[in-house]
Write a protein that binds this ligand. Structure first.
Ligand SMILES: C[S@@+](CC[C@H](N)C(=O)[O-])C[C@H]1O[C@@H](n2cnc3c(N)ncnc32)[C@H](O)[C@@H]1O
Length: 276
C-alpha cells in the first residue's frame, strides 16, 4: 500500500517501507473524526473579515516555488498569503486534489488498490476513512478557496508555514496534500513519497510520490513538528491513495499547523547534507 512518508529526496527510498511495510505506517484511528469533520466543514465556510487578496507585482514571479532556497523579499516576511494568493506569489498552479497525469493513468487504472497489502491489513480502518472522507474529496474541486488557513513567514529556519485564522477542533479536515502523482522523485522539499503495489511495465512495484513543487495547494507549506497538532490520513479513494491532513488537537487562531514528516524525511535530508 501506500506506506506513505514524506521525503525530500533521492532516489533511494528513505522509507522502511521497502523492507518492512508493516512497521512503516501505523495508522491511527480518529474516534471522533466524523463529528469533528462535520464541524470542520462548518468552520471552513466562515468568511474572513480581513481577507487580503492583494496581488503583488510581477515578482510574484512564479519562481519562488522552493522557499528553502529563494531570496525572500522583506515585505513577504510580514504579510499573510491566502490560498488564492499562492499561484500569483509562489507560482504554484492550484489544484485542489490529486492530479494523475496521463502517463500514469493506465497503471493506476489497471491496478485495484483494495488488493494492496496495506489496505488489506487495515481494511476496516481504510473503508471507514473512504466512507467519511471520500465524498468530501469529490467536492474539493468545486469548493470556494478555504480561508481558514493562511501562509506566513516563520523565520529563517523553517521559512514559510501555515497558520489558522480560526479555532479548529481536533479531528477536523484541514486540506488534501494535493499535487502531481509522480513515479520518480524530483528531490523536492514538497514531495510525499510512498510505496505502492502498482506494477510498472516490467512488473516491479512503483515508488510513487505526490509532488507539490509546482502543482498543489496550501498543504505543501505545512511544516514538521515532533509534537504536531495535525496528522496525515491515507484515504483510498477512486482507486488512488489520497493524503489528507486532519487536526489531532484543537488549533487556536494564530497557531501554526504542523504535522510529523516522519523520521525518514529528516534521515534522508541529513544524509544528503552530510554527503553534499
Ligand atoms: C513541505 S516544505 C514546508 C514549507 C516550507 N517551510 C516553505 O517555506 O516552503 C518542507 C521544508 O520546510 C522546512 N521545514 C519544515 N519543517 C521544519 C522544521 N521543523 N525545522 C526546520 N525546517 C523545516 C524544510 O526545509 C523542509 O524541507
Amino acid at each position: 500500500m501506500a506506506h506513505i512518508s514524506k521525503h525530500s529526496s533521492s532516489s533511494s527510498t528513505p522509507t522502511a517501507a521497502a523492507n518492512s511495510p508493516s512497521s512503516f505506517f501505523a495508522p491511527r484511528t480518529y474516534g471522533a473524526i466524523a463529528l469533528a469533520f462535520a464541524v470542520g466543514l462548518l468552520a471552513g465556510s466562515h468568511a474572513l473579515d480581513n481577507y487580503n487578496n492583494t496581488k503583488t507585482s510581477s515578482t510574484a514571479a512564479a519562481s519562488a516555488t522552493s522557499a528553502a532556497s529563494a531570496v525572500v523579499p522583506p515585505e513577504w516576511k510580514t504579510r499573510k498569503f491566502w490560498p488564492a494568493d499562492l499561484e500569483a506569489h509562489f507560482g504554484i498552479h492550484a489544484v485542489p486534489t490529486l492530479l494523475i497525469p496521463e502517463t500514469l493513468r493506465p497503471y493506476v487504472d489497471s491496478h485495484d488498490i483494495t488488493t494492496d497489502y496495506g489496505y488489506l491489513k487495515n481494511q476496516d480502518l481504510y473503508d471507514n476513512y473512504a466512507r467519511v472522507f471520500g465524498p468530501f474529496i469529490d467536492t474539493l474541486p468545486t469548493r470556494a478557496p478555504d480561508e481558514r488557513l493562511y501562509v506566513q513567514w516563520t523565520g529563517d529556519v523553517k521559512k514559510f508555514g501555515v497558520f489558522s485564522t480560526i479555532y479548529i477542533p481536533s479531528g477536523t479536515f484541514l486540506a488534501e496534500y494535493s499535487g502531481l502523482l509522480v513515479n520518480h522523485s524530483r528531490s523536492t522539499d514538497y514531495e510525499w513519497s510512498y510505496l505502492s503495489d502498482i506494477p510498472d511495465k516490467d512488473g516491479h512495484t512503483m515508488s510513487l510520490g505526490i509532488d507539490a513543487q509546482v502543482v498543489g495547494n496550501i498543504a505543501r507549506f505545512i511544516n514538521h513538528d515532533d509534537d504536531p497538532n495535525a496528522d496525515s490520513v491515507y484515504v483510498p479513494w477512486r482507486n488512488a491513495w489520497r493524503v489528507l491532513y486532519v487536526s489531532v488537537r484543537d488549533i487556536w487562531p494564530g497557531e501554526e499547523v504542523t504535522v510529523s514528516y516522519g523520521a525518514n524525511y529528516w534521515e534522508t535530508r541529513n544524509k544528503a547534507a552530510a554527503t553534499a
